[in-house]
Design a protein around this ligand. Structure first.
Ligand SMILES: [Zn+2]
Length: 141
């Protein structure tokens, strides 16, 4: 699921097997605009944009996708927890069962919000490195 799996270095033909990816496949346009080839050192344009380079609607779309992810996945997580509780022999008569599921679902939402903000800081860090042309900018690639 590497973002740059089909991208090859324009100079030496090196295949980029992995790359920066901030989310699902619907966010393929979000990423580093250029990457340095680890083999020959040539800088290749990826056709992608950093978050600050995106238009207002594209930013809004990105945030909405993240919110929808949480809304869609939370009932799924609750169902898995309910199924696991049933397998463990807990029945509907156990009122604590639903309290546990509710608690874990809330914990999942909190974790999702936390991950959203941590990915935001990760994006900001990448953007700062890109703006200042930090030599470490290419280090993780
Ligand atoms: Zn190369």
């Amino acid at each position: 699921m590497g973002t740059y799996s089909d991208t090859r270095c324009g100079k030496c033909g090196y295949s980029f097997s992995d790359g920066y990816q901030y989310g699902s496949s619907s966010l393929q346009n979000l990423g580093l605009p250029e990457i340095r080839c680890p083999k020959c050192g040539a800088v290749n344009s990826t056709g992608k944009k950093l978050f600050f380079q995106m238009s207002g609607s594209a930013k809004a779309f990105y945030v909405i996708i993240r919110i929808i992810n949480v809304i869609v996945f939370t009932p799924g997580v609750a169902f898995v927890l309910y199924f696991a509780a049933s397998m463990a022999g807990l029945t509907k008569e156990d009122t604590s069962l639903y309290e546990v599921i509710l608690f874990l679902s809330i914990a999942f939402i909190i974790t999702s919000v936390y991950m959203f903000f941590s990915s935001r800081s990760e994006i900001k860090k990448t953007e700062e490195a890109f703006k200042t042309k930090d030599p470490d900018y290419f280090a993780d690639i």
